[in-house]
Design a binder for this molecule. Structure first.
Ligand code: ATP
Length: 333
């Protein structure tokens, strides 16, 4: 096996470039040639290939986004399109494909494996951290840092004006960014999909009212996961405002959470996973994800990463739920 290919697919995540660097450097040390296809699976089908050499890897690790570009390409679910990709990979003499992406990208990789005989290795690259079989994913730590910084900034103005803010964070259908950002930002309340039972509007409103009464000059921040509240946080802010008589400001953080320079943790993780992916190829692994569990690099069958839900760390959920309990007793009397 002499040639490996790399794509970045789905939502870009800070650290993907550091991962590409580690793949290219490790491959070079082992006499493997690397090509990249631009725009994820679409780039394979359309043969948008480029050589990736060690000298091209200078100054890429510190950049956000992905130098290989990414895309959403739903057409890849069709058998004939995946077969086309297999043909392009064979035409280039590619023996192994590394897919850096999230759960959708790994579904795509499993789909491709039905039509292509080469080795396929997944590397978890998504800010959402919603892949089973790995404690964390490339980009998650940076996204949490970014959300925390944004919350800190909103906190300052909210505190100056004694305002209530609902801050919406990303996560697709998982609450990892929400939970971690809520703890790091000392949020007064948190709404993430995994909470059982989900807090009711009346409970949230009651809490805001009591906080306003006890601490009238203070800010109040609720971190809310995206795709959770019907109608989104604009609707939730309106409903809470109506229920409490207090203006509630909606602040969706949006795509700023995806961009930016990867933090040190994400760069180190990315390089560990990238190097290990090339070693896994040399060892003959196929259709696995390279993940990290308790500091150790692990290999997990690709289908297990997206067929099961990954739970939040209950200790962290308890930490946030415990810390957000405000003692109103003295003011209730
Ligand atoms: P993120 O969650 O960070 O956005 P992701 O990898 O989950 O990343 P998706 O857009 O869900 O992002 O998937 C990336 C790409 O993988 C899709 O655009 C499509 O090309 C391919 N893909 C997703 N699901 C499938 C599937 N079931 N079969 C074949 N290909 C798929």
């Amino acid at each position: 096996m002499e040639k490996i290919a790399v794509i970045t697919s789905g939502g870009d995540a800070p650290g993907m470039n550091a991962c590409i660097r580690a793949i290219v450097m490790t491959a070079d040390q082992n006499d493997l040639e690397v090509i990249g296809f631009g725009h994820g699976y679409r780039g394979i089908v359309e043969d948008l290939n480029q050589p990736l050499r060690p000298n091209d890897m200078r100054l890429v690790s510190q950049r956000g986004g992905t130098i290989l570009l990414s895309s959403r390409f739903p057409e890849f679910k069709q058998d004939k399109i995946a077969k086309q990709a297999a043909t392009v990979l064979d035409q280039h003499g590619v023996g192994a494909l590394i897919v850096i992406g999230g759960d959708g990208s790994f579904r795509g990789a499993s789909h491709l494996a039905r039509f292509w005989q080469g080795q396929i290795i997944g590397i978890p690259g998504t800010i959402d951290n919603d892949l089973a079989g790995t404690d964390t994913t490339i980009g998650f730590a940076t996204a949490v840092d970014t959300a925390m910084e944004a919350i800190d900034r909103i906190r300052e103005t909210a505190e100056a004006m004694a305002r209530v803010f609902l801050i919406e964070v990303m996560g697709r259908h998982a609450g990892f960014i929400g939970l971690h950002a809520a703890i790091a930002g000392s949020a007064e309340a948190m709404l993430v999909p995994e909470l059982e039972p989900q807090p009711k509007l009346a409970d949230l409103a009651d809490n805001i009212r009591r906080a306003r009464k006890a601490y009238p000059d203070s800010s109040y921040i609720i971190v809310v996961s995206e795709n959770l509240w019907p109608g989104g946080i604009d609707e939730l802010s309106r409903a809470l405002g109506q229920a409490t008589g207090v203006t509630c400001h909606a602040a969706p953080l949006g795509h700023i959470q995806r961009g930016g320079r990867p933090n040190a943790q994400d760069r180190i993780l990315s390089m560990q996973l990238g190097q290990s992916a090339v070693h896994a190829i040399l060892d003959g692994s196929r259709t696995v994800m390279i993940g990290i569990e308790q500091g150790h690099v692990v290999q997990v069958p690709l289908h297990l990463t997206f067929q099961r839900d990954k739970p939040l760390d209950q200790r962290l959920v308890d930490l946030q739920l415990g810390l957000q309990q405000i003692n109103f007793a003295s003011n209730d009397a």
